[in-house]
Design a protein around this ligand. Sequence first.
Ligand SMILES: Cc1ncc(COP(=O)(O)O)c(C=O)c1O
Length: 627
Amino acid sequence: MDHPLAMDVEAMRRAGYAAVDALAARMADPEAEPVLRRATPAEMRERLGGAPPEQGAGLDAVLARVIEDVLPYQAGTNHPGYFAFIPYFTTWPAALAELIAAAINVSPWAWMESPAATQIELEVIDWFRGWLGMPESTAGLLVSGGSAANLTALLVAREAAGGPSEDSVVYVSDQGHSSLARTARAMGLRPHQIRVLPTDDRWRLQPETVIAAVGADRRAGRVPIALCASAGSTSTGAVDPLPGLADLCAAEGLWLHVDAAYGGFAALTPEGRALLTGIERADSVTVDPHKWLFQPLECGGVLVRDGERLARTFAIHPDYLDSTETHTTGEANLGEWGLQLSRGTHALKVWMSVQAFGLAAFRAAIDRNMELAAYAEELVHGHDTLTLMAPASLGIVCFRREWPGCDEAETERRGIALADALERSGDAFVSTTRLAGRHAIRLCILNPTSGAAHVRRVIEHFAQAPAPPDLPRTIAVPADSKAGVLGSPRSAQGTDVLETMPLLAGLPDSVVQAVRDRGSCVNVAAGEEIIRRWDADRSFYITLSGRYDVLIDDRVIRTLGPGEHFGELAARDWGGGYGYARTATVRCTQDGQVLRLSSDDFQWLVGTQPAVRAELAEILADRLRQR
Ligand SMILES: Cc1ncc(COP(=O)(O)O)c(C=O)c1O
């Protein structure tokens, strides 16, 4: 065939075999390359930059460049030492499915064009439904990933609640994934419409916390519409108590969305299914086959219990698509069920890899990951130098090295330095997180290639490595100080307390002055409430004078005097400009003044002053315990 983009069939085959050979070799020996190879933009520009050629170099030459200049610079997510973020292991049948899908543009958007691919997607969604135990009324769609699935689900939830409204409120836990913050932003939800709620000491959202927040919102005239629970939170793998949350959502008329992007496929194993009990009662669920179902990026999934709502939320039928009209029951135009009209197949790879390996192989891989996580926890317990920060849950364990005499900032610096050293060895790669503001090493065991020796190597590295060399401590001095809302309180009476208060002790005068400049002084009279429990306002307060009670349900849990502070939980950024709901009420008992900092100014202080961040980490952990 002759056209400008035609290729000789022999040349097609030759390039195809060369690509397959290079990839099969890499997949067969995932440890042959370091787990991660970093490069600078200059190096990458040197290798890959340049204007597009007017005349092509031929596919063989281009392929050779890709093998030389691209593949080595892709993290080895199949490497057995890859324990960072979420390890994305991929199977060969799934990779071939991607090639097939791309070669002939398999695109299940309209039944008439892709009946087979559409049927495969319906089948795959039905498998997921069965694994999670959801009813037959459930419908779903494969999308690009967990972020797209969360957005799709919450759009359906909002339609079910009657559409957009300034009064509606959605609840998430402080362990909820950042994609929920992005979803909220994309949906135009304002900060007062997202209630970020604290979790318990095992990072789970308890029903009573939600009940209290919902009650306060209803009393304030707001309209609670949905709760996002986690079935495998990203930092710790924690699963919220789904049966209790499902009960409360049923009683309160809230839509229950379960983000099981990370943990959902644990349902394939008896242990995982038990952990996920209650997920079958969700109104919608996010799953992510490109995580624990070992599929290549991109592949996410959303399931909606009342399946008709999915199509109803997105269906828009322009005249120019009249010819795609369906004729018999079972024909589905999946391009009308979600945000994307034109869409590639994500289901073919899931279907091909499950058909090729069988479910038993997937079960065994997931089981092994969970066993290794339990093993890692055991190893952590066996080392005095390590502290367990979150127990093994769905393949994740969090821990950290303790160093006698080190504060939080130094503990974090050393932990990150040890993680960097491990990555530079080329053998293993872990990431870090913060739990209630405290540093933790996060080991995510999701690769079928990982074994006990790989896990042991990581734990022993953190337990035994010598202290990383000291770094000179630098204190960033803000360049962009701006005056407070009520004008500069530099001259305000009573701000001297800033120089002596423990939180700011030891900071350069310029930083203390910047705090003064950014803040606004507020006079408060005895009896006034400055913040109220479950409110959404996010300022941070330093008490300059007077006395203040901190109350939970009329119980005084703390009394504050000059030089203390409150509001730090809500002022922290959970993501996307959203913050915690207030977890306590603060009432003035003796007239005084407070310095109010906006949440942005609080972020600035914490972000530029490691000592403040360290001090606050301890305070935050304490506040969360006392909520
Ligand atoms: C719990 C959870 N939800 C949602 C997401 C977002 O998924 P994706 O990165 O596929 O968009 C992630 C990603 O790590 C996650 O862990």
